[in-house]
Design a protein around this ligand. Sequence first.
Ligand code: ADP
Ligand code: MG
Length: 257
Amino acid sequence: MQPQEPLLAVKGVTLQYKTPQHLITATYRVSFDVHQGDRFILLGPSGCGKSTLQKAVGGYMAPTEGEMTLKGRRITEPGPDRMMVFQEFDQLLPWKTVKQNVAFALQSAKRMSQREAEEKALHYVDKVGLSKFADSHPHMLSGGMKQRVAIARGMAMEPDILLMDEPFAALDALTRRKMQDELLKLWEETRFTVLFVTHSIAEAIKIGSRILLLSPHPGRVKAEINSTTDPKEAAELERYIHETLFAHEKQEELEHV
Ligand code: ADP
Ligand code: MG
């Protein structure tokens, strides 16, 4: 891989679902590049194909048009180089402890010995601030803590890219903000690459370094923008994104007047 080459290249990707009655186009000719260390956001209204794009990057779905490459290699199947974190709280195995939940994936996918896997698991459990709960079972944890375990599990695999699909959407507002701060802190420490899906404009601006705006169904690229940490610029950016995403609806509203 050349230094300038993107880590993940998505080129003209159309994704479709075939049901007995319909052919549903989820995304249409979407292109974007994710570079090493990017916090890359897919932002758009519900149903615009964000999760579908993530699934395809994860290797669970093949494009009907275009292609996706990771480190120059075409994505054709799932692999431990791409780890997914979801919003559901039931992604952990309830009969395993926090440490075992993280170690399990390392043992099965990376063929590590139990000892080696548990050592690495503890390292990442510590990184997400859950050392004290390493031997607890998931039912003892709050929603936010469970989500941190899922993040630790994804990170412990040391993937090329972490895929997060609305990971904080099911949390209460305060916990959500705390988790966002923690994710940024983790990023400062390890500079992992993340492809993060959200439909919250504020979350996109806060978490992202780059933001891809997708139009409503079927998802097409509307714009790709840099985020900002300056509060005044962030407010402006929020307004800009809102206008860009809903420009079409505004047009319709006007037409109805
Ligand atoms: P988002 O994550 O942005 O809310 P999705 O990627 O989940 O959007 O869905 C994009 C479109 O594809 C929607 O119209 C949705 O109804 C459709 N879709 C998603 N999953 C399936 C599926 N398994 N079968 C058929 N259609 C689907
Ligand atoms: Mg989704």
